[in-house]
Design a protein around this ligand. Structure first.
Ligand SMILES: [Zn+2]
Ligand SMILES: [Zn+2]
Length: 399
């Protein structure tokens, strides 16, 4: 871990350190005393929760899924809302946040290049990386040229300080005056809401890289965790997210708690969002099955010494299944290529007006039907393989 030293011993960043100290200290001093000695208006708690979610979703649906990953397109009204309420969370401007986050995905777990590398431990990936000036934190926005052309992003970047002061002081003070409980509002919708939102969002960089399951890939430290999803506005399905970062969803099943996904889908329904990107089901199943194969292989390798004959037999069966799996995947890839070629050819034929409109449409629907049938067949094959691999894993438990 000698290479890890410089980051933890880099000069302290006093701006962030003082900001965290100033916002956290009242929670352990003034707030308990105030709650003990005063009757705080219930509305302060209600508005605290409203702002907590507005800030959280501004970060997850705006900063993260819209700007960092471009997983959908949003109406300017929605973008302004994200810029204001995501900005209120005091997690830096969209431009800086999204640029750093893209580096995190590109170099995930790299000890130096990943700005909040989990390899440096829980504390560092949670908050430590923000308390020091480390070179990897110096970004040149080369990976965010698209964002530099976004007027709302640049407006927020230029006016960031005024925005965070206005939103974090102005809103609690105004509401506090309106409800006749100035200090109750300042403490709860101001300080408490801000600090809680800080730490639950930071969990995505820290805990979501340490705690949970890895159903889709073991190639990086990211985990899926339902409890964290509940705390992080749906971002706890981080193993899925690191493999399929362009999907507007993080929790892909209907029962997964992902309010960010529901908000985006709701906005699409209202016409405020469009072009929502989803990873095809086949790709997801393929990743899951591949991860299952890897785990099964590892388990068998560990047992080899204990019961070599039975294990060798199971290993043989597993490799047979792997062959089936590989050919199913190859078939899928071929199918995708065919789909792409056909679309290209039809486009060029259409351009050269060699085909009538009706003929093109008929051929397209014929092609689509054929592809759908094949896709369904492949998905069934994949499902069968999944069941057989599971059966193998049960047998392995007794090997
Ligand atoms: Zn991550
Ligand atoms: Zn991400």
């Amino acid at each position: 871990m000698s290479a890890a030293k410089p980051a933890e011993h880099a000069p302290i960043n006093w701006v962030t350190t003082l900001m965290f100290t100033f916002t956290t200290l009242p929670l352990f001093t003034v707030l308990p005393w105030y709650l003990w000695t005063h009757d705080v208006s219930g509305w302060a708690w209600v508005w605290g929760l409203v702002f907590l979610y507005a800030n959280g979703i501004g970060i997850t649906a705006g900063y993260h899924r819209l700007w960092a990953h471009r997983s959908y397109k949003a109406h300017p009204i929605l973008k302004v809302g994200y810029a204001l309420f995501g900005g209120m969370a005091i997690q830096n401007s969209i431009l800086i946040w999204a640029s750093m986050h893209r580096v995190h995905h590109q170099h995930v777990d790299h000890i130096d290049k990943d700005p909040y590398s989990a390899q440096r431990g829980l504390w560092y990936s949670h908050i430590g990386w923000m308390l020091r000036d480390y070179p990897s934190a110096n970004i040149d926005f080369e990976n965010a040229r698209d964002l530099k052309n976004d007027r709302i992003v640049m407006w927020q970047h230029r006016n960031y300080l005024a925005l965070i002061l206005g939103m974090n002081i102005g809103l609690p003070v105004l509401l506090g005056l309106a409800y006749g409980d100035l200090w109750g509002f300042v403490l709860i919708t101001g300080f408490l809401r801000l600090v809680v939102n800080h730490h639950v969002t930071f969990f995505i960089n820290s805990l979501a890289h340490f705690w949970g399951r890895q159903p889709y890939t073991t190639s990086n430290s990211a985990r899926d965790n339902d409890f964290l999803a509940f705390l992080t506005y749906g971002e706890g399905y981080h193993n899925y997210h690191h493999l399929f970062q362009y999907d507007y969803r993080n929790g892909i099943r209907w029962w997964h708690y992902d309010p960010t996904k529901w908000l985006i889908a709701g906005c699409a329904w209202l016409g405020l969002a469009k072009d929502l990107k989803r990873v095809p089901d086949f790709k997801i199943k393929r990743a899951m099955l591949q991860a299952q194969f890897e785990r099964a292989r590892e388990k068998l390798a560990q047992r080899k010494a204990a019961n070599s004959d039975r294990v060798a037999e199971l290993q043989h069966l597993l490799e047979q299944e792997w062959q089936h799996f590989s050919s199913t995947v190859a078939e899928w890839t071929r199918l995708q290529g065919e789909k792409f070629d056909a679309a290209k050819q039809q486009l060029s034929e259409k351009v050269h007006e060699r085909m009538s409109e009706a003929q093109t449409q008929w051929e397209q629907s014929e092609m689509r039907q054929r592809l759908l049938t094949m896709e369904r067949r492949l998905e069934e094959a994949l499902e069968m393989q999944r069941q057989r691999v599971q059966l193998l894993r049960v047998q392995m438990a007794y090997a």
